[in-house]
Design a binder for this molecule. Structure first.
Ligand SMILES: O=P(O)(O)OC[C@H]1O[C@@H](O)[C@H](O)[C@@H](O)[C@@H]1O
Length: 223
């Protein structure tokens, strides 16, 4: 049983968790890289890029660190392409809204912790109409070290006022799972970017979406 007196939190990655959108990011990255003559493959994306913030992503792809101005221009170009493509299909992940209501009814703090830029956070969280279901939203600009560093999950825990060992992270990306684990948190893998078989050895549980979790399951993760 979860001790109701000890604060507890659920920390959600955004892309691939709150929304099932990774195919649209992949297509946007491919188009961006094709236009710029940068080699890109889905294998590289899912193993090395997915979960990285924009600075780390472009540093990886360019093989050098872009200036702040160049980073802004490149990020806008790629993310505008993504938002244009995904906009017509934007919906919360299956079961998410009901799960968030249940957590909040039980007094569990809820936060988003995403490597995405603020424009994508506004697009996703406000576009799906679910901002009021989160106590805190942490975006890439609020920490120095991006995933796989633990910083963003530790920042989310600090802002909701919950100890790291009372937090459950929901993540789809390998680098994000590493970040949650490095923060000393329980991590549930969401099988959007990777198969359940790939995620199982790295996580404390795997599911396809939030229709597969109830209160007993959530409580059990912290037992
Ligand atoms: O931390 P999150 O929410 O998974 O966001 C990371 C994603 O942010 C997006 O902006 C990038 O284009 C993706 O490539 C990246 O995976």
């Amino acid at each position: 049983m979860t001790n109701e007196l000890i604060p507890t939190a659920a920390l959600f990655d955004m892309d691939g968790v709150i929304v099932d959108n990774m195919a649209y990011h992949e297509v946007a990255w491919q188009a961006f890289c094709d236009a710029h003559g940068i080699p890109f493959s889905r294998e590289t994306y899912y193993s090395q890029l997915n979960g990285k913030n924009a600075l780390d992503s472009f540093t990886f792809l360019l093989g050098r660190t872009p200036s702040p101005e160049e980073l802004k221009t490149l990020t806008d170009e790629k993310e505008e392409l993504y938002r244009k493509n995904y906009g017509p299909f934007l919906v919360p992940a299956d079961g998410l809204v009901g799960f968030l209501h249940m957590l909040r009814d039980r007094g569990v703090k809820t936060a988003v912790a995403t490597s995405a830029p603020i424009e994508n956070v506004l697009f996703t969280i406000d576009g799906t109409g679910i901002r009021s279901l989160f106590d805190v939203v942490v975006d890439a600009s609020m920490v120095t070290n991006g995933k796989p560093a633990p910083d963003i999950y530790l920042k989310a825990a600090e802002l909701v006022g919950v100890q790291h060992d009372r937090c459950v992270v929901f993540e789809d990306a390998l680098l994000g799972i590493q970040a949650g684990k490095a923060a000393g948190m329980k991590v549930v893998g969401i099988a959007t970017s990777h198969t359940p078989e790939e995620l199982a050895p790295l996580t404390d549980g795997v599911m396809h979406d939030f229709r597969e979790i109830d209160w007993e399951h959530f409580e059990g993760l912290l037992a």
